[in-house]
Design a protein. Structure first.
Length: 193
């Protein structure tokens, strides 16, 4: 590829179905942005506790080629994600809104072997195997799923106590529900002998 050659730039469609097949093997760069509703990402939809109006993610993709000394130029993919979803707080078991903003950079490689050989020390960009039918929507969904908190919780002090989890009367309910001590039977047997 000639260093002075200007590559065409293709505008990606914001339609989720168009993101399933992007040709990253073609000598062209891509640019695009759009909004993805939670319903467009089925694996993510399984994780959320509820879906409010406006829940989803704005995405932006830009690709460009960099010169690599002694080899073909590499295509770099920059992905930006910003959005909101609702998860179940593990502290109070109530719905909680989570805002996510992520930026990732990937280098497109030709084969799985190249991806496996890519230096692990380079934490600025991950390798992705380019294909003529690259599923960009799946990559976006993967990155959102990887960004979710392991244990979703409200910020400290923001949880509301749920009446059904603690009971209405508090200590009074505890006294009513105390089980009888099983050793009382043995104590009574010893007294009678």
């Amino acid at each position: 590829m000639n260093r002075n050659q200007v590559l065409p730039q293709v505008e990606l469609s914001a339609d989720p179905s168009a993101l399933h097949r992007v040709d990253f093997c073609a000598p062209q760069s891509y640019k695009g942005a759009g909004f993805l509703a939670i319903s467009a990402m089925p694996r993510l939809a399984e994780e959320v506790s509820s879906i409010d109006a406006g829940d989803g993610f704005h995405w932006q993709v830009d690709t460009y080629f960099t010169d690599s000394p002694g080899s073909e130029p590499h295509q770099i993919l920059q992905l930006r994600l910003k959005g909101r979803l609702h998860l179940l707080c593990q502290r109070c078991l109530q719905d909680s809104a989570f805002d996510l903003a992520e930026e990732r950079q990937f280098v497109m490689v030709a084969t799985e072997a190249e991806a496996d050989a890519y230096p692990i020390e380079d934490d600025q960009q991950e390798p992705l195997v380019a294909s003529q039918h690259f599923d960009l929507l799946e990559l976006i969904e993967d990155e959102i799923l990887l960004s979710l908190p392991l244990i979703p919780k409200h910020p400290e002090g923001a949880c509301e106590a749920h009446a059904s989890s603690f009971g209405e009367n508090g200590a009074e309910d505890d006294e009513l529900e105390k089980p009888e001590n099983p050793f009382n039977v043995l104590k009574n047997m010893k007294k009678s002998s």
